[in-house]
Write a protein that binds this ligand. Structure first.
Ligand SMILES: [Zn+2]
Length: 115
């Protein structure tokens, strides 16, 4: 799903402002899960236990709240092979570490070096 996949006309209104699921117009009950528009990124990555240059793969980041969930998850996935889902408290903790740790912040800075 991309940012251009807005709910279809006639879809029921959803309680989640970020949700793009066309509720009431889907075919399968599992399709009624709340999903945000995915943000696609081509990222070079590798398994942390591996060596080598890694591989550039299409990743997608978005929000997902399945029908049975009582919380929303941030999903980071590369196709069916790799996926990670973090609830909001874990996603916030990760974001805080990336913002607040001086070494990580410096390393991630646009004008930072790779040292
Ligand atoms: Zn929804």
């Amino acid at each position: 799903m991309s940012r251009n996949d807005l709910p279809a006309p006639g879809a029921m209104r959803c309680a989640f402002a970020w949700c793009t699921t066309p509720h009431g117009l889907t075919v399968h009950p599992a399709d009624e899960d709340h999903r945000s528009a995915g943000i696609a990124l081509a990222l070079r990555a590798r398994d942390a236990r591996a060596g080598g240059p890694g591989e550039t793969t299409e990743w997608e980041v978005g929000l997902l709240r399945r029908s049975g969930d009582d919380e929303t998850w941030m999903v980071i996935e590369a196709g069916r092979a790799l996926s990670l889902a973090l609830p909001v408290d874990a996603a916030r903790a990760l974001g805080k570490v990336l913002r607040d740790d001086p070494d990580l912040r410096a390393w991630l800075a646009v004008d930072g070096s790779d040292r």
